[in-house]
Design a binder for this molecule. Structure first.
Ligand code: FES
Length: 137
């Protein structure tokens, strides 16, 4: 039996695109991560939301661009396999997205990675009343 914090329902992970969430790493630094669909078990993967080529968010708050099971970097267009995180094309060729381990239990996606602590859904700035998000009053 897996234990871990629920990130989201599997049903909430878009078929194409990504679900953005925030974790804290071992230094208590907030990091953004994304959940994406994958054809391999358990049907979902989580990756740190930064292109390894240059600092660039893959999901800029509206879901990452995806095509044919690959995540497309918005800056130079390199494509990363949604299941393996590997890139074999463009500027980021030869890199792999840093992974965040997740598990699926009873339709819920759970964080299963001792290196990270779940903070909240959404990006780093989307953390509630003190948020600096763009949502008006
Ligand atoms: S920043 Fe992503 S491919 Fe260059």
């Amino acid at each position: 039996m897996t234990t871990g914090t629920t990130i989201a329902s599997l049903a909430d992970v878009p078929e194409s695109g990504s679900l953005l969430f925030t974790v804290a790493d071992g230094h208590a630094e907030d990091r953004e991560a994304i959940l994406v669909r994958c054809d391999e078990e358990p049907g979902v993967r989580a990756w740190i939301n930064t292109c390894p080529h240059e600092y660039q968010r893959l999901d800029r708050g509206r879901g990452a661009a995806m095509r044919d099971g690959e995540i497309i970097c918005p800056k130079h267009g390199s494509m990363f396999d949604a299941c393996s995180g590997e890139c074999d094309n463009g500027e980021a060729a030869g890199t792999t997205l840093p992974s965040v381990s997740v598990a699926v239990e009873d339709g819920e996606v759970l964080l299963a990675d001792d290196d990270y602590t779940f903070r909240h859904e959404g990006g780093i700035d989307d953390d509630g009343p003190s948020s600096t998000s763009h949502i008006g009053f």
